[in-house]
Write a protein that binds this ligand. Structure first.
Ligand code: ATP
Length: 360
């Protein structure tokens, strides 16, 4: 296995404030790796240290096995695609793409060939003479990436490059970008605060919170097996409910909510604190037309609204005699068509689909 990027115990302090608190990870060659986290968690700081715009306070960064600490950005085999794309509006597509090659004093005939090849690779053959203003948002995106890829970086860094696009185009570009990365085979390190972007495109995702990585995993594992409460809450929709531990036995616990409900939950480790938070995914709930639920965990809820998004329906429900809201995915099955707002239904779920973490 060859690693294009190897970040070891990197810390970044700004005065008294520590923005990145000892982050380590490796990215295998040719993979799409995302760093996902809320605004202010330190993603951009980390990316800028890899690119060479910031120096770590401590820790090492290796690219293709070479230590790059202390090297300026233009001496590192990486390129950064900025959120605003930073294309030169006065230059046409060819001039934009050729810019970095000219600075490297690549001969003109070679530049022409490289520009032609890269335009084909990003699916825009023959676009050399187009003005930037003639391009759609998605095309600009591809040109910005082509301009970096033409320099053949070991790692392409992308700083929320879909942030400036409207929702529909973002959806489309997610798929395009993943396709492009697979086709060109370059290692991508992509930062975003949008979990759906990270889940759709990435081979691996690092979930970052308050300067640290909480979990690095495949999108599937992050969703199915979150290792921390933060990951459970941040990745995908989840119903979180605070409770107190009543009793526990290897890998399971009985917990009680402030409303007085008791549930059987799964635990990863022994819960050392009395307070916990447990999570149930919307699709983990079982509902039956006759309301005869025989699962260990059962709960009566009142349907507030039915949320229909074309392919799926979800029920926004509220726990009887409380304010606690619960989102339930409705199985795609006509037998549930009778459910309407105001109905009281019973939900069931298996303890193994309900995971609890400690809470302060
Ligand atoms: P966003 O998605 O909003 O860009 P982010 O996860 O990329 O957020 P960073 O930009 O890396 O977050 O910032 C992390 C923290 O470090 C923030 O609290 C920010 O205020 C702080 N920070 C970033 N740059 C500096 C700086 N030059 N001096 C002082 N503090 C900084």
């Amino acid at each position: 296995m060859r690693f294009d990027l190897d970040v070891r115990s990197v810390v970044k302090k700004f005065g008294d404030f520590t923005a990145v608190k000892g982050v380590s990870f490796k990215v295998e060659q040719g993979k799409f790796f995302s760093i996902l986290g809320p605004s202010g968690c330190g993603k951009t700081t980390l990316l800028r240290m890899i690119a060479g715009f910031l120096e770590p306070t401590s820790g090492e960064i290796y690219i293709r096995g070479n230590l790059v600490n202390g090297l300026p950005p233009n001496k590192r085999p990486v390129n950064l695609v900025f959120q605003n794309l930073a294309l030169f509006p006065m230059m046409n597509v060819e001039e934009n793409i050729a810019f970095g090659l000219r600075r490297r004093k690549v001969p003109n005939n070679e530049i022409k060939k490289k520009v032609k090849d890269i335009l084909e690779r990003v699916g825009l053959p023959g676009f050399e003479k187009k003005a930037i203003s003639q391009l759609s948002g998605g095309q600009k995106q591809r040109i910005a990436i082509a301009r970096c890829l033409v320099l053949e970086p070991s790692v392409l860094l992308l700083d929320e490059p879909l942030g400036a696009l409207d929702l529909k185009l973002r959806e489309q570009m997610k798929v395009e970008l993943k396709k492009l990365q697979t086709e060109v085979g370059t290692t991508f390190v992509y930062i975003t605060h949008d979990q759906s972007e990270a889940l759709v495109m990435s081979d691996y995702v690092a979930v970052m919170n308050a300067g640290k990585f909480e979990q690095v995993d495949t999108p599937q594992n992050l969703y199915k097996y979150p290792q921390t409460a933060f990951v459970a809450q941040f990745v995908g929709d989840n119903n979180g409910w605070e409770a107190e531990v009543v009793s526990q036995d290897k890998g399971t616990a009985l917990v009680q909510t402030s409303e007085g409900y008791q549930f059987h939950v799964k635990t990863l480790d022994h819960l050392n604190k009395k307070n916990c938070i447990f999570f149930v995914r919307p699709e983990a709930f079982i509902i039956k037309p006759d309301n005869k639920i025989d699962d260990l965990n059962r709960l009566k809820v009142r349907v507030k609204t039915i949320l229909f998004d074309g392919a799926n329906s979800r029920l926004l429900t509220v726990v009887e005699n409380s304010e606690k809201e619960i989102i339930v995915a409705l199985p795609q099955n006509k037998q549930f068509d009778y459910i309407k707002p105001g109905d009281v239904i019973e939900l069931g779920w298996h303890p193994e689909n309900c995971i609890a973490f400690e809470r302060e």
